[in-house]
Structure formats: structure tokens, C-alpha cells
Design a binder for this molecule. Sequence first.
Ligand code: GDP
Ligand code: MG
Length: 160
Amino acid sequence: SYFFQTGWTGENERTFVAVKPDGVQRRLVGEILRRFEKRGFKLVGLKLVKASEDLLREHYWDLRSKPFFRGLMSYMSSGPIVVMVWEGLDVVKTARKMLGETNPADSLPGTIRGDFCVEVGRNVIHGSDSVASAQKEISLWFGQDELHCWEDNSRGWIYD
Ligand code: GDP
Ligand code: MG
């Protein structure tokens, strides 16, 4: 339950990121993992999953009345996705910056969407939009036993 996870602040903040079916098809998984790793964030959860309609509906519940919702459901269930949890200082906000804007056309080069896609309906990646959303999404996609705490031996080279 995400009620246990509300202590995630500072260096322990966590976010949920998913490489969507187009990102998996287009072999972008390694590139995306690489960007988060090299930034200095800590990987605490990772798996390849075929999302159920129920899970996707809950994940995108706020968008249920949008005209593109049905298309979004079929896009997201069209193939496996890679879900991950990253930990670090301000990781929610920083991950959103690394992703770029929802519409790839508005995304700057250097961002994931700005480098790898062109249309909003195939924007290759998801990232939580707030700490509260991250907590909900992590508990929706991951079991407690799938999130791993490990001692970061390069911590002193990443944090002052
Ligand atoms: P995000 O947080 O940047 O992913 O954007 P939203 O939460 O607003 O929307 C979730 C996802 O729905 C987006 O990443 C797109 O895959 C999709 N989406 C949002 N707006 C549109 C739209 O206008 N058209 C289509 N086809 N898909 C959209
Ligand atoms: Mg969103």
C-alpha cells in the first residue's frame, strides 16, 4: 500500500516510469535506462509486463472521459511495456523534464520525447506527474517485494 511510502522525500523520492509499447518495439529500452542511470538516479524496480485493461484503466483513470481514451487503452495494451521505479533527489520533477512535453512536437531536442518521437499518440514513455501520483502508480504496478533497497556505493559522488 502506498500509505507506507509517504516518507519518500529528498534523496529517497521515487517516481514511476514506463517505456510504452512503441518504445519497446523501437528498441529504446536500453537508451532510456541509460539516461536515468547516467543522470545518477537509483534503479529500485524494473520489469517487462503486458498490462491488463483493468490496470491501464486505473492508471489512466483521470483521462477516462477524454476522446482519445479508447485509443490510449488499445495503444498501451498493444504489446509489453517496461515499468521502472527510480529514486533520487527531485526525481519526479527531473524525470518529467527528461521526458519532455506530452506532445513530442513541443518537446525540446535532448529530451526523450524530443529525440525519439513525433506524435502525442505514440510518445514512447510515461512518467509520474507528482509525488502523490508516483506513490499511487508505484503501488499499482509493483509489489513491495519487487522494490529493492540497496546501498549506493557512488552516493558520495552524486550527492554533496
Ligand atoms: P503525460 O503525463 O505527459 O503522459 O500526459 P497526460 O497524462 O496528459 O496523458 C497521458 C497520455 O495520453 C499521453 O502520454 C499520451 O500517450 C496520451 N494522450 C494525451 N493527450 C492526447 C491526445 O490529445 N491525443 C492522443 N491520441 N493521445 C493523447
Ligand atoms: Mg500524465
